[in-house]
Design a protein around this ligand. Structure first.
Ligand SMILES: NC(=O)c1ccc[n+]([C@@H]2O[C@H](COP(=O)([O-])OP(=O)(O)OC[C@H]3O[C@@H](n4cnc5c(N)ncnc54)[C@H](O)[C@@H]3O)[C@@H](O)[C@H]2O)c1
Length: 350
């Protein structure tokens, strides 16, 4: 299995290591020679113990173009659609695009979707890794089995101060030096923490709800050294089954870049109890807590480290390629990533 990863930044290294853990061949491509050097000398050895000499590094423009089973795009969001367009022309079996898959104005999306129709054999995915975590699947399954009765409402929060993000990017002075500080480029809390919107739909759809019927959003916008970003993005979401207003589910998503300690959390309230998901809720990993009316509250820990999140993605890709999971059933499917973009586009009104 041959994997090409575009972007040697934070996510590019995670995806490279997860692919190597699968025993796959890896090539990493970056437009910036300093980023390739940093990968080899700094990010990869510091995170995973040692540089892996089997990984091949290429300056953009000098990389091989054919014969890759998987191409992964791990560059800033405003470059995703252009790079995806040329990657799909190479006919990979899977094309993974990092989240958010595009900028909120959806620039380049129509052209890319045309290319997807011309390359139907390529499975296109968007990297919302939390949706393939064991803990999120456990929460989803408990709700689907109606352990907490009928689910009445869903809340998801991804709230993390910039400090955490910049801890992973020590070479950046602040949000103004990266796409993160510009909502129009797919940064801000709306784009950066769109995992929360994605998870909301992941749970709602598993329960048979159809996607967003209406969305109300509010942003706390901030301008700093030329950067412009929403430091808080709050969404109220409503989804319906059929046309009746009497058969609807409303819920809430909050994403921000101001909260510390970090809180990445989801909650489903049923008519017979609740279930809560805490991403990294304990030092060992994710925590799920639930209570069914008349019973003691219960907890389950899903031990993991950050690299395991991306390993789950590569394991998922192996299952997709083996035909064990249908592309349309994958929580990482293009359609689910696109659904998040629709909400963001409407919310930012671009
Ligand atoms: N799934 C996750 O949990 C997760 C985690 C981190 C980042 N991400 C996503 O991954 C993407 C990248 O984030 P990051 O933190 O790794 O960014 P980063 O700034 O650390 O790295 C991006 C790299 O892409 C390179 N690059 C930019 N344009 C390029 C081009 N046209 N061709 C080749 N290389 C190019 C840059 O030189 C840089 O090295 C974003 O969309 C982000 O939201 C996802």
């Amino acid at each position: 299995m041959k994997v090409k990863i575009i972007g040697a930044g934070s996510i590019g290294n995670h995806l490279a290591q997860a692919s190597r853990r699968m025993g796959w061949e890896v090539a990493i491509v970056d437009a910036d020679a300093a980023a390739l050097e940093r990968t080899k000398q700094d990010i990869y050895p510091k995170r995973y113990g040692a540089w892996d000499t089997a990984i091949r590094l290429f300056k953009a423009g000098e990389e091989p173009k054919e014969g890759f089973d998987i191409i992964m795009i791990g560059t800033p969001p405003d470059s995703h659609m252009k790079l995806a367009l040329s990657a799909i022309a190479e006919d990979p079996r899977i094309l993974h695009i990092e989240k958010p898959m595009a900028t909120p104005d959806l620039a380049g999306v129509a052209e890319f979707e045309q290319a997807m129709r011309e390359h139907p054999q390529t499975i296109v995915t968007v990297g919302y890794d939390h949706a393939v975590s064991e803990s999120a699947a456990f929460v989803r399954d408990m709700a689907m089995k109606k352990e907490m009765g009928e689910i009445i409402t869903i809340d998801v929060e991804f709230r993390e101060h910039w400090k955490g993000i910049f801890g992973a990017h020590p070479w950046l002075a602040g949000p103004w030096e990266t796409y993160l500080g510009y909502w129009k480029r797919g940064g801000g809390s709306g784009g950066e923490h769109s995992h929360a919107l994605h998870l909301w739909f992941y749970f709602a759809r598993a329960l048979g709800w159809d996607g967003a019927d209406s969305v109300k959003a509010m942003f706390d916008m901030k301008s700093e050294q030329g950067a412009e970003y929403d430091r808080i993005a709050a969404f109220l979401l409503k989804t319906k089954k059929g046309e009746s207003e009497w058969n609807s589910l409303i819920g809430r998503v909050v994403q921000d870049v101001v909260t510390y300690p970090v809180r990445k959390w989801a909650r489903m309230q049923g008519d017979k109890g609740y279930i809560e998901w805490y991403c990294n809720g304990v030092p060992e990993g994710d925590l799920v807590r639930w209570q069914i009316d008349g019973q003691e509250a219960q907890e389950k820990i899903f031990a993991k480290k950050r690299p395991d999140d991306f390993y789950r993605e590569t394991v998922h890709y192996q299952a997709l390629l083996a035909g064990d999971i249908k592309p349309e059933d994958s929580p990482l499917s293009y359609a689910r990533g696109r659904e998040v973009m629709k909400v963001l586009k409407e919310a930012y009104a671009v």
